[in-house]
Design a protein around this ligand. Structure first.
Ligand code: ATP
Ligand code: MG
Length: 179
């Protein structure tokens, strides 16, 4: 089995939908790919730099960097301009990461929000993803994936909400399951 860039077919994966599991599934790929010593970059929109959950600690053990793009500011503030600046800065870092060809797999967690809220220009984002190196896998997560993103993607999975413990029983997020 070859894991070489020369023979690899880079795929664009999209995990979307209202059900839980979009980011978890992306982390599953991170674990799998780490097993082959792939270079993995996970960039998280929405989350702030202070959040340090199980996945951040575990990724460190695997030698993978999960980068929150919040820089300590809060997303979804009342200040739309501030959110937009944050998204733009984050996108710049991702463009640099793609151009540097450092990562075999790029995980763009919650990127869809930047498109839904209009923080980033969708055409520009799709163009960059389309023109990435042919061997680079990209995983995008987030609700409400746009038709354009779905069209460009090779693999799209929609998580469908059947039951959620918070909705059913008011059970808050549990360590190891949700954070
Ligand atoms: P996860 O990170 O657990 O895989 P996700 O990426 O699919 O979830 P997000 O949209 O990023 O989902 O939501 C973040 C968190 O919000 C999840 O951990 C999830 O359990 C919680 N959540 C999702 N749907 C609901 C719901 N209907 N009611 C309450 N909490 C929810
Ligand atoms: Mg998520």
């Amino acid at each position: 089995m070859s894991t070489d860039r020369a023979t690899r077919r880079g795929l664009l994966l999209v995990n979307t939908g209202n059900g839980k599991g979009k980011s978890t599934a992306a982390l599953g790929i991170l674990v799998r790919a780490a097993g082959y010593n792939f270079s993995i970059g996970m960039f998280q929109f929405i989350k702030s730099a202070e959040t340090r959950y199980g996945e951040h600690i575990a990724a460190e053990l695997l030698g993978v960097d999960i980068v929150p793009l919040g820089d300590g500011f809060t997303w979804l503030s009342d200040d739309i301009a501030a959110d937009r600046v944050l998204a733009e800065k984050g996108w710049e870092r991702i463009c640099e990461a793609i151009a540097s060809e450092q990562f075999d797999i790029l995980i763009l967690d919650e990127l869809t929000y930047c498109l839904t809220y209009g923080w980033l220009d969708e055409a520009r984002v799709l163009e960059t993803l389309r023109n990435r190196p042919s061997w680079m896998h990209v995983v995008v997560t987030g609700r409400n994936a746009s038709p354009g993103l779905i069209e460009l993607a090779d693999l799209v999975t929609e998580m469908h909400l059947v039951k959620h413990p918070f909705r059913e029983k008011g059970i808050p997020a549990q360590p190891g399951i949700e954070l």
